[in-house]
Write a protein that binds this ligand. Structure first.
Ligand code: BGC
Length: 805
């Protein structure tokens, strides 16, 4: 033991930065493990307890690897995230007896996620039935500096004794999905077994062009970034500072034995390096496809061993410090909100990997395997705002994933009889549609899932995120190389999808909007308005490229066979798409026929613990006006100003009480719109409801992982809602509406290569904005333009929120 290690095993003291659980083991354990997950966008490890009450002392945690997907076996063509080998496993025996956690031991049993440092710390007391024991401290991390690396530290002090201790550390990975290809001392290379590869069959399924199979050399079906996995590891054990050689070492197991005595200090360190075949997650970017993952794993491990475990921890913590510098939000006056924001930002920073363009973020990130790790619109609509404004490199990689899967989207559109690109509703490694066609509902009935065919707004959502990224970053290389093609191909899809009918209007029939309680509907306002918006932005992109980057435009237009006649047809299409907006009433009809459905008063079901479609049944819900989640409200959130302010208020008033919030995505969207429209009290209620989705979960919904879109939603609600931040052509604007009790709010954002710090002081009704890097820019504060320059803070007064709602 050294002082450095002791320091590293101590959590940050400030409660706003930590999440701690004391003695546990009963119900709710799954949710706790999800919350305590540590991740770096390439590796994700759930927060298993440092000690168990079962026989043997284990340090469990499930490890997921971004992009490593397999099916559950023959007959299943829906890929899901694969569980990698357990690299944290340890067994300890004292005088032949397993050491297990004994409640009531000398030291309380506690796990702490130190969000500031991105480490999971544990402490506990182990004992045998005869009373011999040890107090222990643990640390684990997956490095934010080199995303291939995991580190485990265990320090324990013997109490009682003397006795013989047997300590075994092993790597346990063999199962039916991952079969060993090569096992050598300190290295294992597995491959996805042939029986568990996605077949890419099914009407709407098909593999995309991304087939860089690396060392795979297999059957070549359903190619994606990761079909093999390598782990290299090294461990060592010291007693009172002296290295002890293992008495036995197998390829994947090391064992030590020694005579323990009271007061003895034992430290164990294990570094693991994990490499996925074909592409390697890490800040250096994907490695060439020809790199052998085993060789690469050893190379990365050697580098880490040269750094030493202290060096690994230091580099990791420095990377976290940089992320917090760029993305922290500080609130004074509301400790619960502060804590919820830190939790959200910690998981958001954990979820992305700017070095890997072949993966995106699943609905539970890498904290669990609900939805089998699939990627939804959640990423583009609920997560990208955070990345675009605080971590543009990560945003770009996520959008490049959509670029690399564009062929899959073209294939899906073509198979369904349309042109352009229709993205998979659920996407995994290749971009092929991976939405299951049936699931077992909560009432144990088999339910057909139509989203894979009908939830088509995903294509406009991807285009929306591309445009936001372009607006916020001005990244012309990205626009020319990838973004423009996404926007043009999705626009082409909508122009073919919206069919001109006898009434002279274009209709989009047979879809599902964000509100999945209503299927096979016509003219969903969200879908149609976003489709028309997508086409208009494509026309903007075409004009922009034509004017500013003519060579890029010429190449793209020729490759996509896009001519002026087609662009003219798009212009006509965008104007003719039915929006469902009635200028008389100022209301959108959510879809054709919605207003004729049964009105169910949700107040009659207040206090329910189950989603409304379970309480009143799927069929009745479908015949009613109950909305699963923000749908028209999502439109108000994404396209503010599309309709007059009074109409925004009228739509919000109509749809907000009809929403059952049957999705974790819903409350934050409502909160964002409520804040913008001036109902800050309601917005704060939605903030707390969103925070409780994971932090307050009691019914097990978080067992399958943190709802990462809800975490993104908390950031959106705070930054875009309470701070009122918005993108402009010439800069940014803010329009603060802080909830009662929030005395100040500090946010940090980036815009076109500049970094800004914005402090909103509610007590003094004053905004202080500082440009930390980059050229002067415009910041509009409460409607008034300011020019901000480096190191000269701008101070401006602001009014309170309008009282619209
Ligand atoms: C929601 C979708 C969401 C998915 C994954 C569903 O329950 O309705 O909008 O994309 O969960 O989070």
């Amino acid at each position: 033991m050294t002082d450095t290690m002791q320091l590293m095993l101590e959590p940050t003291q400030d409660p706003a930065w930590i999440l701690t659980y004391e003695d546990h083991g009963g119900p709710g354990q799954g949710a706790i493990e999800s919350r305590l997950a540590t991740s770096n966008g390439f590796l994700g490890v759930t927060g298993g307890w440092a000690t168990t009450r079962a026989a043997g002392w284990m340090v469990p945690g499930r490890t997921y690897v971004a992009g490593l997907f397999a099916t559950s076996g023959p007959g299943d063509d829906v890929p899901g995230l694969v569980l990698a080998a357990d690299w944290l496993r340890v067994h300890v025996r004292l005088d032949g007896e397993p050491m297990v956690h004994r409640p009531g031991g000398i030291t309380g049993h506690r796990m702490t996620l130190d969000m500031r440092r991105g480490v999971l710390l544990g402490q506990g007391h182990l004992a045998t039935p005869s009373g011999l024991g040890a107090t222990l401290r643990t640390l684990r991390l997956v490095s934010l500096d080199d995303r291939c690396l995991g580190l485990q530290l265990i320090r324990f002090e013997i109490t009682g004794g003397p006795s013989e201790i047997a300590f075994e550390a092993s790597l346990d990975g063999e199962d039916a999905v991952l079969v060993a290809e090569r096992i050598e001392p300190g290295l294992a290379v597995w491959r996805i077994s042939d029986a568990h590869r996605a077949g890419g069959s099914g009407e709407d399924r098909g593999s995309a062009r991304n087939d860089d199979s690396g060392q795979d050399g297999g059957s070549g079906q359903g190619g994606g970034p990761g079909r093999s996995l390598a782990m290299a590891f090294a461990c060592s054990l010291q007693i009172d500072g002296n290295e002890l050689a293992p008495f036995a070492a197998g390829d994947l197991t090391s064992s030590w034995k020694w005579q323990a005595r009271p007061g003895q200090l034992v430290t164990f360190q294990r570094i693991v390096s994990i490499v996925r075949g074909a592409a390697i997650g890490g800040p250096a970017g994907p490695a060439p496809a020809a790199v052998d993952p085993g060789v690469e794993a050893r190379r990365r491990l050697d580098r880490a061993r040269q750094q030493g475990w202290r060096g690994v921890v230091t580099a990791h913590e420095a990377a976290w410090t940089r992320r917090w510098h760029d993305s922290d939000i500080a609130v004074t006056g509301d400790p619960d909100a502060q804590h919820a924001l830190r939790f959200a930002i910690c998981h958001l920073n954990s979820a992305a990997n700017p070095g890997d363009e072949r993966v995106s973020i699943g609905a539970r990130a890498l904290t669990g395997n609900d939805y089998r790790g699939h990627v939804f619109w959640d990423t583009e609509i609920f997560l990208l705002p955070f990345y675009i404004l605080t971590w543009p490199e990560a945003a770009r990689a996520l959008l490049m994933y959509r670029f690399h899967t564009l062929d899959g989207a073209r294939g899906k559109a073509a198979r369904m009889g349309w042109r352009g690109a229709l993205y998979a509703w659920e996407s995994a490694d290749t971009g092929a549609e991976t939405t299951p066609e049936q699931v077992i509902g909560p009432d144990n009935r088999v339910v057909d899932v139509l989203c894979g065919r009908q939830e088509q707004h995903i294509s406009a959502d991807v285009a929306y995120a591309v445009w936001q990224y372009w607006q916020a970053t001005g990244d012309a290389d990205f626009l020319c190389a990838a973004g423009a093609e996404i926007i043009l191909e999705t626009a082409r899809f909508w122009a073919s999808r919206a069919v001109l009918e006898a009434d002279g209007r274009r209709h989009i029939r047979g879809v599902i909007g964000p509100d999945e309680y209503h299927e096979t509907i016509d003219d969903n306002a969200y879908t149609n308005v976003m489709a028309a918006w997508n086409i208009r932005r494509a026309l903007d992109v075409a004009a922009l490229l034509h004017e500013r980057w003519p060579a890029c435009w010429a190449g793209l237009a020729s490759r996509l066979r896009l001519d002026d006649a087609e662009l003219r047809q798009w212009r006509e299409a965008a104007a003719a798409i039915v929006t469902g907006f009635d200028p008389e009433t100022g209301l959108y009809e959510q879809f054709a026929g919605y207003f004729g459905l049964e009105k169910v008063d949700l107040a009659d079901y207040a206090g329910r613990t189950l989603p409304l479609d379970i309480v009143i049944g799927r069929e009745r819900t479908a015949r009613s006006q109950v909305v699963k989640q923000a749908d028209v409200v999502a439109l108000l959130a994404l396209l503010p100003g599309e309709i007059p302010p009074a109409a925004e208020v009228a739509n919000f008033r109509l749809y907000e009480p009809r929403c059952g919030h049957g999705s974790s995505l819903s409350p934050a969207m409502h909160g964002l719109v409520a804040a913008r429209l001036g109902d800050v009290e309601m917005a704060l209620r939605y903030f707390r409801q969103t925070a409780a989705i994971d932090l307050g979960d009691r019914d097990g919904a978080t067992d399958g992982g943190v709802h990462i879109a809800a975490q993104g939603g908390i950031w959106m609600l705070t930054t875009l809602g309470f701070a009122g931040l918005a993108l402009r052509d010439d800069g940014l604007s803010i329009d603060p509406r802080l909830p009662a009790g929030w005395r100040s709010l500090d946010v940090r954002v980036q815009w076109r290569g500049r970094q800004l710090g914005i402090r909103i002081d509610a007590d003094r009704r004053r905004v202080e904005a500082t440009l930390e890097t980059g050229e002067p820019m415009t910041l509009v504060i409460g409607g008034k333009r300011h020019e901000i320059r480096r190191d000269v803070a701008v101070l401006a007064a602001f009014q309170g929120p309008p009282q619209g709602v």
